[in-house]
Design a protein. Structure first.
Lengths: 524, 340
């Protein structure tokens, strides 16, 4: 699907002079690092260096391989190919503990604090000051107080962590890194949940760490702020290394262009012949919480509307609220022009809406049950009289759908847990077709599915649209949305930042919209 | 998964054979264990293989089988019901109190007592389920509470004493034996098991019980309300505790607030030995019947072998754990069959 990435990167090539000279001392060296997961290549031949004491920024779109890279450094996975050198020695940690004892501390986006223990216990958990197995609480609290002072947190070391705010927890994670003299601090989206005042505090601490020659690898969606912490930037795209260069002189538009670059291979799955008619689904002033911005949009019969945006931009949250899977604060929803009240999935399904969740295995399927049982669970009434199941009807209905969607299985009695991702997704589609839903909401319908099955799913969606269903697709795969959708809605930081019609599809434009609200949030 | 190279005929026979293996492993896995245990004791223990002994075993498993039938529903949805023993005690005193009233003829009081037992049990169960779902509490805690509440209520209703003097026709029915080896109370247990099997196998409700135990969130997101079904399974468990109370009265002819102590654990053991998974979604009620048989056959067999009373629980406890260990191997084998 991808063409040569180097060609696609339109930013200046001749910046060799600007690179740090070779005499600089790399603390981390990646050489040809690759990592594969079933069905996906997460990282491919990635090589770059991080210099001692620098602030290094790692950027890339959803699914570009940032998380995989961080997890390799953090000791959660090991690479399939290539080598990593840390501090002049080969680095291949077998566990997070080993990564950490070698001097690499990863502060994950989801914080990993023990929320029922105190701040001091969390800070010094790996090496509690103790004598003969008994914890020396006085020493522990004294050392914790020092660390807290260092990150400028004015709280008692004996506070229970669950009572702190997210920002304070974030700072505690960083203080934890200081406790163990980490040489490389990896921060994954540290500012995602912070207010701008707290962000300033964080940057202050990062500057102080820099004076102490601590190297930082910084990941953020907020492009504005990377200039405050970064000396150099590395961009990943589709699991490949695009560039590593000084941040100085590089504008935000240049960075966005470096991140996109990926060409859309037109799979020819878009149905030009289908003309959307009449409103299938309308959402007006949907608010997830009382203070969140209102979201309004509509989907027509026969139309495929995409929802793009970064992970965490509110895409999944919005569709789950529409479906009644999570509560919403306000908003009107109309299906085929009729207002419907939806407070539970049951009501949504009755109104003709269905949701194919992003997590098929945990939320979509009954893995230990048969293909037929999974398909008919959406409407058992149709198969039963006075509460008694008619298995002949059930089997016939399942056979029909399995054949129609070309689900590859020896029999409809096979457990869906044994199916491949693509076939599982087809079963999810089948169960909603069986229900006869008129509005299909698909959250990441092709995640973890191989290319061939993806195209089949796209064709299926086109066909369903042609039959008059309204389809809403949430996806992190921009080229995917661009090849199948009539329109794309772009979410940014919880807000519907814009809408792009098919004639104006452009990766740069969509991605700029997706990043829009993150730049603004800093207010500078 | 078979590729196109295989002919349809071959695939057919493979599927039939696989299905046979799968069904026999799934349904009869524990039954084989039961047969082996019975054969072992028949060969080693004196008097074990006699009609009188089997009759005794049938009498002894009736109460536990009825309790375990309801417990199977709860465990299949991923819950647990610790209250059935003391709910049974409460129901025995309620039933006995009605039956000993002299102003009612036995033909009035017996059906009335049966209804009262079933209603009391079902009410306790419904409260268990409702509290669990209303406040999203683990059933372990809620039913532990009900265990104590029902036990206290039983003392209040009975004024802390045993109730005797049940009507003669009732006592006579309890002693009835059909065809020489089938006691009336065992037949009741079998009927309860058959009804349970029918519900689980052939009804929409049964399908939801398995589906909720497999993945409750997926059921909710498929447009259903799992709470109603979860309240229903606790109600069923309470209902069977009420029926088990009538069986208790038929067998022992006495209503007692201290009846049923520890019965919940025997019922859970029967369900688990019968191959139902504690995390829900997998299992069968026929397995539960077999599990109840295994427990009792072991107890009786060991006694006939002359084992000391102190040794029996050690052996039975070991067997419970062993049954679950074997079950994990059985599941692994089944999964291998499925993956073919």
């Amino acid at each position: 699907m991808t063409t040569d990435i180097k060609d696609a990167a339109p930013v200046l090539e001749a910046d060799a002079a600007a690179r740090l000279d070779s005499s600089a001392d790399p603390i981390l060296k990646l050489q040809g690092v690759g990592k594969r997961f079933p069905g996906v290549i997460a990282l491919r031949n990635v090589s770059f260096d991080i210099m001692r004491g620098e602030g290094h920024v790692l950027l890339g779109e959803n699914g570009a391989g940032k998380s995989t890279l961080i997890n390799l450094l953090g000791g959660l996975f090991s690479p399939d190919e290539g080598s990593i050198w840390f501090n002049g020695a080969p680095y291949r940690p077998a566990s997070p503990l080993e990564a950490f004892s070698k001097g690499i501390r990863v502060v994950h986006q989801e914080l990993n604090l023990l929320s029922n223990l105190t701040v001091a216990e969390n800070l010094l958990f790996e090496h509690l000051p103790s004598r003969r197995g008994l914890v020396n609480y006085r020493e522990m609290n004294r050392r914790a107080a020092e660390l807290l002072a260092e990150v400028g947190l004015d709280i008692s070391p004996s506070t229970v962590v669950s009572r702190l705010g997210v920002a304070q927890m974030q700072l505690i994670e960083i203080a934890k890194a200081l406790a163990h003299e980490s040489k490389l601090l990896v921060l994954d989206e540290p500012t995602a949940t912070l207010t701008s005042k707290e962000v300033d505090r964080l940057f202050e601490i990062l500057h102080r760490l820099k004076e102490r020659k601590v190297t930082t690898l910084y990941i953020s969606h907020r492009l504005q702020e990377i200039y405050e912490v970064g000396d150099r930037v590395t961009v990943l795209r589709d699991g490949q290394h695009v560039t590593t260069r000084p941040l100085q002189g590089l504008g935000i538009p240049d960075i966005v262009r470096l991140m996109v670059g990926r060409t859309v291979a037109d799979q020819g799955v878009f149905r030009e012949d289908v003309q959307p008619t009449g409103e299938a689904l309308a959402v007006e002033d949907l608010r997830l919480t009382a203070t969140s911005p209102p979201i309004s949009f509509s989907v027509q019969n026969g139309e495929i509307v995409g929802i793009a945006g970064l992970v965490g931009s509110g895409r999944t949250e919005a569709v789950r609220a529409i479906f009644g899977a999570d509560p919403k604060a306000a908003g009107t929803i109309r299906v085929n022009g009729k207002p419907v009240s939806i407070t539970s999935p049951k009501e949504a399904v009755a109104a003709g809406i269905c949701l194919m969740t992003e997590d098929r295995k945990q939320q979509g399927l009954l893995l230990e049950m048969s293909c037929a049982e999974n398909i008919t669970i959406t409407d058992l009434k149709r198969l039963s009289r006075k509460g008694l199941l008619n298995r002949a009807l059930e089997n016939a209905a399942s056979e029909r759908l399995v054949a129609g969607l070309r689900v590859k299985t020896p029999s409809i009695f096979q457990k869906v847990g044994t199916f491949s991702g693509g076939n599982q997704q087809k079963v999810v589609i089948a169960k909603w077709l069986y229900r006869g839903s008129s509005v299909l909401i698909c959250d990441e319908p092709t995640r973890g599915i191989d290319v061939g099955a993806k195209v089949e799913i796209y064709e299926l969606m086109g066909q369903l649209a042609a039959e008059g269903k309204g389809i809403l697709v949430v996806s992190s795969d921009l080229p995917e949305l661009m090849s199948i959708c009539h329109r794309i809605l772009v979410f940014s930081n919880g807000r519907l930042a814009g809408e792009v019609p098919r004639a104006e599809f452009d990766q740069n434009r969509i991605l700029s919209l997706a990043y829009e609200e993150y730049g603004r949030a800093r207010g500078n | 998964m078979p590729e196109g190279t295989e002919s349809a005929g071959e695939r057919k026979t493979a599927t039939v054979w696989d299905n046979f293996l799968r069904i026999s492993m799934r349904e009869a896995g524990v039954a084989i264990a039961l047969v082996i245990i019975v054969l072992f004791f028949s060969a080693t223990a004196p008097y074990f293989a006699t009609p009188e002994n089997f009759l005794k075993i049938f009498v002894q498993i009736a109460i536990n089988t009825v309790l375990a039938a309801g417990m199977t529903f709860v465990i299949l949805t991923g819950g647990i019901d610790l209250s059935v023993g003391s709910v049974l005690a409460l129901c025995t005193v309620v039933g006995a109190t009605i039956m000993v009233r002299e102003d009612l003829s036995p033909w009035m009081s017996i059906p009335l007592a049966l209804l009262a037992c079933m209603a009391t049990g079902a009410a306790c169960g419904a409260i268990n389920g409702w509290v669990c779902e209303k406040w999203k509490l683990p059933s372990f805690i809620v039913t532990l509470g009900m265990l104590n509440v029902a036990s206290g209520l039983a003392r209040v209703v009975s004024d802390n004493s045993t109730i005797t003097g049940l009507p003669q026709p009732f006592v006579d029915f309890g002693n009835q034996i059909y065809f020489g080896v089938l006691p009336s109370i065992f037949l009741i247990a079998i009927i309860v098991i058959l009804i349970g099997w029918f519900i689980l196998r052939f009804t929409v409700f049964g399908r939801f019980v398995f589906a909720i135990g497999t993945n409750e969130e997926a059921v909710r997101l498929s447009g259903h309300n799992p709470r109603i079904f979860k309240i229903a399974v606790f109600t069923i468990s309470g209902l069977t505790a009420g029926i088990a109370a009538m069986v208790f009265l038929l067998r022992l002819n006495v209503g007692s607030p201290i009846a049923g102590i520890g019965y919940e654990l025997n019922a859970i053991a029967a369900v688990i030995i019968g191959g139902t998974s504690l995390s829900g979604g997998k299992g069968s009620i026929i397995g539960t019947l077999v599990g109840a048989c295994i427990l009792q056959v072991l107890a009786t067999g060991l006694q006939l072998l002359g084992a000391e009373d102190n040794v029996k629980p050690i052996v039975i406890g070991t067997v419970i754990v062993l049954a679950v260990v074997l079950d994990t191997y059985r599941n692994r084998y089944l999964r291998k069959l499925e993956a073919r």
